[in-house]
Ligand binder design. Structure first.
Ligand SMILES: Nc1ncnc2c1ncn2[C@@H]1O[C@H](COP(=O)(O)OP(=O)(O)OP(=O)(O)O)[C@@H](O)[C@H]1O
Ligand SMILES: [Mg+2]
Length: 256
């Protein structure tokens, strides 16, 4: 069972397992199982395990497993939903216990709410290995930044070590979002400055009467001068956007 904060890369890790392992891979999202099989979710679970046995060696990945496996005690409000999830968990336990003599089927689960997973699912022989996917440390952040900054037109002032420090306690998803936000900020600034320049030129010189040769020369010169670049200020101005999102997210977690 992989657990950790949203955006730490649990789903990404499972996808990597899928693409690097030689075995078959069945991926199923908890909420999907509930909605796709309305009224007969247990049948859905049975179906998944049946397919996996047929396709062995096979990995079954239950993503966002908290949706199908909240505690059966009824402490979660006991709404109309609780019976469905109760039956689902029971069916899952039956299937997992039945796997013992069936070699070649491995189950991976992922959740950002390990606290609401039914304990019976975590007992030995079931999801018995709990693996925390932590938020990235300095070294990991540097690697993640390197991935997302690759092939981006970076200004000379962009210092990756400074970005590593600025993204303290950021998840992989947040680092990716920061790089994208900085890129968008740079593009926006670039377009605005081009527009302003164009308008100014239109006003001052009579652009229509310049020969095409002069125009071309000028264009080449401008292009050299004003390449689109993401500089440190774009990262800095985007930080607050990501932090705001972070606060909202943690609030949402508190409410849930
Ligand atoms: N360690 C990482 N390296 C590179 N990219 C990452 C990393 N972690 C997250 N990302 C980026 O963030 C995206 C979201 O991550 P992912 O969906 O795997 O998070 P999760 O842990 O499954 O979150 P949730 O609990 O919300 O399902 C990934 O698709 C990837 O683009
Ligand atoms: Mg996920």
């Amino acid at each position: 069972m992989l657990y950790g904060l949203p955006g730490t890369g649990k789903t990404l890790l499972a996808k990597a397992v899928a693409s690097t392992s030689e075995s078959n891979f069945i991926s199923i999202k908890g909420p999907e199982l509930l909605s796709k099989w309305v009224g007969e979710s247990e049948k859905g679970v049975r179906e998944v395990f049946r397919k996996a046995r047929q396709a062995a060696p096979c990995v079954i990945f239950f993503d966002e497993i908290d949706a199908i496996a909240p505690r059966r005690s009824g402490t979660n409000g006991g709404g109309g939903d609780s019976h469905v999830t109760e039956r689902l968990v029971s069916q899952m336990l039956t299937e997992i216990d039945g796997l013992e003599d069936l070699k070649g089927v491995v189950i991976i689960g992922a959740t950002n709410r390990p606290d609401i997973i039914d304990e019976a699912l975590l007992r030995p022989g079931r999801f018995d290995r709990l693996l925390e996917i932590p938020i990235p440390d300095k070294y990991a952040r540097k690697q993640i930044l390197q991935i997302y900054l690759k092939k981006k037109p970076l200004g000379a002032d962009v210092n990756i070590d400074k970005l590593v420090d600025l993204t303290d306690r950021y998840t992989g998803a947040e680092i990716e979002a920061l790089v994208n936000a900085a890129a968008i900020a740079a593009v926006r600034e670039y377009i605005i400055s081009k527009e302003q320049k164009f308008n100014k030129e239109k006003d001052t010189n009579n652009i229509e009467y310049q020969s095409s040769e002069i125009k071309k020369e000028k264009y080449e010169k401008d292009k050299k001068e004003e390449e689109l670049e993401i500089s440190m200020k774009h990262f800095e101005s985007s930080l607050s956007k990501i932090t705001k999102k972070k606060i909202l997210l943690s609030l949402r977690q508190l409410i849930v």
